[in-house]
Design a protein. Structure first.
Length: 217
């Protein structure tokens, strides 16, 4: 019994470390987008490469969590759900890495008149890291009620809805502009790479809510 509890404590510590990596990934991505829009390509390249390093560390932590889970931490009926949660969190950082790579590799040409909206899209999307991190800490530290955890998960959904509105407005601005159609498509792809982060964060919050309904750590 003590051995099992020790393993669970180790999993909790690693999950929190993983969520730290995801949070840092999005924080660095926000700076990457801002630097790019300000014309500081050199800085944005350095930041995008840092995202890759952070995401790689997150992957290593995820693999370690999987090993600990399948070595006996937690009851079998909850073990898989916890790993699915970690996987869904990892997809958030994966989306962050993909977005950074988009800016680094494809170098989208963003018209000056659209830069403020792209900046807002980046800031609002990356802000989703805050309620998501709160939800994860709340659950795994065992310091909150299920209702409190669900409240943080709901905040993730609210933030994602704000991102959706920004995405809709910016999409309209792109396609009603006078730039050529191929340029519009590329800008829309750029926007998609940004908001994909919030979509994956909402998926992670949904998975956390499912886990919290089954048990409280």
């Amino acid at each position: 019994m003590f051995f099992s509890f020790k393993k669970e404590k180790e999993v909790i510590e690693r999950v929190i470390q993983h969520s730290d990596q995801v949070e840092e990934c999005l924080a660095v991505l926000a700076k990457t987008i801002e630097s790019y829009l300000n014309g500081d390509i050199k800085e944005s390249k350095l930041l995008a490469r840092k995202i890759r390093s952070i995401e790689s560390e997150a992957d290593l932590i995820r693999h370690d969590i999987r090993t600990k889970l399948y070595s006996g931490a937690y009851l079998p009926q909850i073990r898989e759900d916890i790993y699915k949660l970690v996987e869904s969190m990892d997809k958030v950082s994966n989306a962050g890495e993909a977005c950074g790579d988009f800016f680094l590799n494809q170098r989208p040409s963003i018209p000056d008149e659209l830069k403020p909206q792209f900046l807002s899209a980046g800031q609002e999307t990356m802000a989703i890291k805050d309620p998501l991190k709160e939800a994860v800490l709340c659950y795994f530290k065992g310091e909150c009620t299920i209702d409190t955890v669900r409240g943080h998960c709901k905040d993730v959904g609210i933030q994602e809805s704000l991102v959706d509105k920004t995405e809709w407005d910016l999409t309209k601005a792109i396609f009603t502009s006078t730039i050529d159609h191929s340029h519009k498509i590329h800008l829309k792809q750029c926007l998609n790479s940004i908001v994909e982060v919030s979509d994956r964060a909402e998926d992670a919050a949904d998975q956390l809510e499912l886990v919290s309904l089954k048990t409280v750590v």
